[in-house]
Design a binder for this molecule. Structure first.
Ligand SMILES: *Cc1c(COP(=O)(O)O)cnc(C)c1O
Length: 366
């Protein structure tokens, strides 16, 4: 049996007439950047999250950077980010001229450890960027409390967590602003690069929109210097077709995770979520004692796996100048050689999960 790590084909086939029509609508209007198709998606996504403003932009990396710019974060400031994430979370801090400060993660949940955030706060700390890694919300109630107590911003990185929630409150609504990516493989994915910023603060929304479009407020009215980070109309049209299906896709991911749990829960460490936290399983991460051997066994059996991510950011060559040691981030260090991501997508079938579980069992026994 061949099981790819991600399969975007089946989803496209299931929506082909609507997606193709949306693309043709865009071609017929010849409005390719911004315009009504973008405005329609922005409104729909804001309403899905229950947030006041959504501003489309070019990708999820830009959205983080633009949010920090708009909040005036720059040289001399520090921003706390988790040791484990995709590098966008930290590289954008450097891009605005601020200093990246890493905090360790929680052993069971892989998200940023609130206790380590508290230890890393200094007089220069301007913001915390919790990442809802793999689709599990970070410890938002605690993080918001720490931030409020210290007068610092919370910027949520929601690139992996569309629709995840804590006690029914959607991620993306906890901080001053939040960043989303619609990279094709994300839980809500475009057919190219795309991103969005959301906030309840009308003044901040205005600044975000200006920065993403050359500092303009209306045509040729350049209030500030900005940049070009706009959402393509075609991507927005595709996202508008897909968004209504997101709850059903999320439910399928959760059902697949529950099925994995039954099949694997007693064999390996499976993903966990605190009570009241809704995990949307962008990535299904397990921990195993024999990772390299298991990867090749699974590959021989036709099962693709991945590692998210092989190296925690503090240990990357890109941050060698910080001089971090493994002992500075003991939890991240202890897990980096054990984590393994299994195939996970809404269209995955129970028999495929059974097959993955069977091959894992064999590899553990060997
Ligand atoms: C994908 C991702 C991003 C960046 O999004 P792009 O749209 O690829 O720029 C940022 N943070 C995290 C955690 C991600 O997974």
């Amino acid at each position: 049996m061949q099981i790819p790590f991600v399969d975007l084909k089946e989803q496209y086939q299931s929506l082909k007439p609507a997606i193709d029509a949306a693309i043709h609508q865009c071609l017929d209007t010849t409005s390719f950047v911004g315009g009504p198709l973008v405005a329609t998606f922005e409104k729909a996504f804001a309403s899905y999250l229950g947030v006041g403003h959504c501003i489309g932009c070019a990708n999820g990396t830009d959205s983080l950077e633009i949010i920090m710019k708009a909040l005036g974060i720059g040289a001399g400031d520090e921003v706390i980010v988790p040791a484990c994430s995709w590098i966008s979370t930290s590289e954008t801090v450097t891009a605005v001229g601020a200093k990246v400060v890493f905090a360790d993660i929680l052993p069971e949940y892989y998200t940023i450890d609130p206790a380590d955030i508290e230890r890393k706060i200094t007089a220069r700390t301007k913001a915390i960027i919790p990442v809802h890694l793999y689709g599990l919300p970070a410890s938002m109630p605690e993080i918001v409390e720490i931030a409020n107590k210290n007068g610092i911003h919370v910027i949520e990185d929601c690139a992996q967590s569309h629709g995840a929630a804590v006690e029914g409150k959607m991620v993306g609504t906890f901080g001053i602003a939040a960043s989303f990516s619609f990279y094709p493989g994300k839980n809500l994915g475009a057919y190219g690069d795309a991103g969005a910023m959301v906030t309840n603060d009308a003044q901040l929304a205005r600044t975000l929109r200006m920065i993403a479009n050359h500092g303009q407020e209306g045509k040729h009215n350049h209030q500030i210097e900005g940049r070009n980070s706009r959402l393509d109309s075609m991507q927005a049209a595709i996202l508008s077709v897909k968004l209504p299906h997101l709850p059903e896709w999320t439910a399928k991911r959760q059902a697949n995770a529950a099925y994995y749990e039954k099949a694997l829960g007693t064999m390996v460490q499976t993903p966990k979520a605190p009570k009241g936290y809704s995990h949307v399983y962008h990535v299904y991460e397990i921990q195993v004692p024999n990772r390299e051997e298991m990867i090749s066994k699974l590959e021989q059996a036709g099962i693709q796996t991945a590692i998210h991510y092989p190296t925690p950011m503090p240990f990357m060559p890109a941050y060698a100048h910080y001089g971090h040691k493994r002992s500075d981030f003991p939890v991240a260090a202890a897990q980096m050689d054990r984590i393994l991501s299994l195939p996970m997508y809404p269209e995955l079938k129970p028999e495929q999960i059974d097959y993955v579980a069977e091959q894992i069992r064999k590899s553990l026994k060997a």
